[in-house]
Design a protein around this ligand. Structure first.
Ligand code: F1P
Length: 289
């Protein structure tokens, strides 16, 4: 929560009420056509930010995983997200693009920064774990504040405190499958939650836009499985889930804080299986080709 508060303090309270603090040069201005690019967790952060920015009326905002960026398409700005600043696909996109670009990273002066026009270093949000939790959520909170205004997000760090203090029900730890759902900007959170569980606890998860759930994925719902929804649940979906016997998980917390609760469940499940949640098998801190 303190890291999130520090991120919010970097921005002026409301959008358009003043210059951002030193070190935040390069964030998009209202009206710009923006591409947001990341890999893995950073791609899901990109997806959430893209929806938030566009729905805040700030301009067309498209998210891509780096290898699928349509190189021929014109954007006013490319926002790249990479904790390590070393991910090869990110470096390749920045090196090939002539659009103004900004990199959000935890580590200054890496190869991605060398080919970006601006670098925003959130070193205070870095973490030792291979699995991204603090950096990714802090980067998203910062980007969210840049689109909506930091004043609208003042209570979010307190919600993270609540998530850190909450009890994790044993039934969640014992569940034999989890499907994560979201709408709008929380779809990225759903994908990120599913990835986090797979990485940290080698556990079977799936994720979808909420209304896609009824178009097939609901087939696997049954007692002993969780359907975890980030943000508002669409009308009728709770009844559909209840009819399957699966357990619905929703929260009054801010959806980003609800993701923190999921981080804690991932750790609990990893520990229950004797795994180290910070160092998943087959995964390194960044993927360099
Ligand atoms: C991207 C990433 C992470 C993943 C793992 C490998 O890293 O795919 O999302 O958890 O650490 O790298 P980055 O570009 O944000 O450094």
């Amino acid at each position: 929560p303190e890291v999130w508060r520090a991120a919010l303090r970097l921005l002026p309270p409301a959008v358009g009420t003043g210059a951002a603090a030193d070190g935040l040069d390069g964030l998009p201005s209202a009206g710009e056509r923006v591409a947001v690019i990341g890999c893995g967790t950073s791609w899901f952060v990109a997806q959430s930010y893209a929806v938030l920015r566009e729905r805040a009326g700030q301009g067309v905002t498209d998210a891509f995983t780096a290898t699928e960026f349509p190189a021929g398409r014109a954007y006013d700005r490319i926002v790249t997200i990479s904790r390590s600043g070393t991910t090869t696909e990110i470096v390749d996109v920045l090196a090939a693009s002539s659009s103004p670009s900004v990199l959000l990273t935890a580590v200054a002066g890496g190869p991605a920064a060398a080919v970006a026009d601006h670098e925003i270093v959130l070193g205070f949000a870095d973490e030792e774990s291979v699995v991204q939790t603090r950096f990714a959520t802090t980067a998203l909170l910062l980007l969210r504040a840049s689109a909506l205004g930091a004043d609208t997000l003042e209570t979010v760090p307190a919600d993270a405190e609540a998530a850190l203090a909450a009890e994790i029900p044993q039934a969640w730890i014992d569940a034999d499958q989890i499907t994560f759902l979201g709408t709008g900007w929380t779809i990225g959170l759903a994908h990120e939650a599913a990835l986090k569980m797979r990485e940290s606890s080698q556990f079977w998860t799936e994720s979808y836009p909420a209304m896609e759930y009824r178009h097939g994925p609901i087939s696997i719902a049954q007692p002993g499985r969780l359907v975890w929804v980030f943000g508002p649940i669409p009308a009728g979906l709770a009844d559909d889930v209840a009819a399957t016997g699966a357990t619905l998980v929703t929260s009054d917390l801010d959806p980003l804080a609800h993701l923190v609760l999921l981080h804690r469940l991932a750790v609990a499940r990893a520990e229950a299986r004797g795994l180290d949640p910070d160092t998943p098998r087959n995964l390194t801190r960044s993927v360099i080709l």
